[in-house]
Ligand binder design. Structure first.
Ligand SMILES: NC(=O)C1=CN([C@@H]2O[C@H](COP(=O)(O)OP(=O)(O)OC[C@H]3O[C@@H](n4cnc5c(N)ncnc54)[C@H](O)[C@@H]3O)[C@@H](O)[C@H]2O)[C@@H](O)CC1
Ligand SMILES: [K+]
Length: 381
């Protein structure tokens, strides 16, 4: 049988992960850059530099907030369907301003939007509120008699734009009602820059157990979000590349193909990233042999699962002829780091001299499935 001599096909479609790997959801073409986390002090210094009137880019506050708010709404749109009701909690600083801008964009994209705006800093913020209202966002200025929970519908997703990188200490009124509500609600939350109530530098040190469903980090992820387990987006395409050298952040190569956000850790608990998983295709001459190989792979915890697809017909070129074989196809799911071990076991048990081993990267998957996949495969020793 000529397939005995079929050359090994070992093509890795994904790319090597770096210290901090991105989701491959946008592209498999470029190597994933490492994205460092920054302190609240660095975040504040970046803010000052972005708006320094005597040095480029010399953004004005309204310009920067528009960019940040559009970034927030883009991350939201990539995470939640337009059928969602969006409930935005607006804080007293620029984090709140980002929320108001995002509310306007989301309304324009067809979301049903309610903003809770207990306080406004100045005329500029008042203008942001009015723009959101004029677009059709509902504005609420104080807690309803029945509590904030009465604003929730089955489709509500909350945007937490209460506190950003400048907040310190326990929340003061009127946010001392809002922040505990955020910490206790079961509705999904997207946090802007940092979950409100977390330390910007150290995370959930107050044991609030507040775990938003998703996070959009602006310019660079903050140190406190290192342990964040939900979907984590980064947005800061508007930051000049020279800031990489000045502040140790990463901008170049992060935003590809017209995108203004990039997903960081799409995995579930443990921060597993999808770049860490592969699917391996192996053909076999019959189901019995495929089952022997599959059982060994699963039993040794080298892989999580093998689907054996019966009765595939393989048509391939061989020495100038078109060959046709009846085979079965194994679809093997494992950690990327175990692909070499998969190949060893396949070669040990296979009848073919050079069996097909074709590796493709995993582009995405449900949080729960990826978690199970990670738990079912031993890490490489
Ligand atoms: N890094 C950057 O360059 C950018 C930052 N942006 C946003 O700006 C945010 C930072 O904005 P701000 O510096 O205005 O800071 P915050 O949005 O964190 O808000 C600070 C405000 O909260 C009040 N506050 C602080 N602690 C409080 C407490 N415990 N209880 C009640 N009130 C409290 C302060 O008096 C101040 O009015 C970021 O998190 C991000 O969302 C973006 O708009 C644009 C880019
Ligand atoms: K926040």
């Amino acid at each position: 049988m000529r397939s005995l001599l079929r050359p090994v096909a070992a093509l890795a479609v994904g790319f090597t992960t770096t210290t901090y790997a991105f989701s491959a959801s946008t592209s498999f073409c470029a190597a994933a850059p490492h994205v460092p986390y920054i302190s609240s002090k660095t975040a504040a210094a970046i803010d000052v530099s972005l708006m320094n009137p005597s040095a480029s880019p010399a953004y004005t506050l309204p310009q920067l907030m528009e960019l940040a708010g559009l970034t927030v709404s883009t991350a939201f749109h990539k995470t939640y369907p337009p059928s969602s009701h969006v409930l935005v909690f607006v804080g007293p600083g620029n984090n709140g301003g980002d929320g108001l801008v995002a509310a306007r964009h989301l309304k324009l994209w067809g979301y049903d939007v309610t903003c809770v705006v207990p306080k406004l800093k100045d005329a500029f913020f008042e203008k942001l509120r009015k723009q959101a209202e004029d677009c059709g966002c509902e504005i609420i200025t104080k807690e309803p008699r029945e509590g904030y929970a009465s604003l929730l519908t089955p489709s509500t997703v909350i945007i937490d734009s209460v506190f950003g990188f400048s907040a310190t200490g326990p929340p003061r009124a009127p946010y001392n009602d809002i922040v505990p509500f955020l910490h206790s609600t079961t509705a999904p939350v997207m946090a802007v820059d940092i979950p409100s109530g977390w330390s910007v530098d150290s995370g959930d040190v107050n044991y609030t157990n507040y775990a938003p469903d998703s996070l959009i980090s602006l310019t660079a992820p903050k140190l406190g979000s290192k342990g964040f387990k939900g979907r984590h987006w980064l947005g800061g395409h508007f930051v000049p590349k020279r800031f990489e050298a000045e502040f140790g952040i990463k901008v170049d190569g992060v935003y590809e193909g017209g995108e203004i956000v990039r997903e960081l850790t799409p995995g579930g608990e443990g921060g597993e990233d999808v770049d860490g998983y592969s699917v391996v295709y192996v053909t076999a001459p019959n189901g019995d042999l495929a089952q022997v190989i599959a059982s060994e792979l699963v039993k040794s915890k080298t892989v999580a699962c093998v689907n054996i697809i019966p009765a595939v017909k393989s048509v391939y070129a061989w020495k100038g002829n078109v060959e046709v074989d009846d085979e079965v196809l194994m679809m093997i799911k494992t950690r990327k780091e175990r692909v070499g071990d998969v190949e060893k076991i396949v070669k040990k048990l296979h009848e073919y001299e050079t069996p097909e081993v074709l590796v493709v990267g995993v582009e995405g998957g449900s949080k729960e499935y990826l978690k199970w996949l990670g738990e079912s495969v031993d890490k490489r020793k």
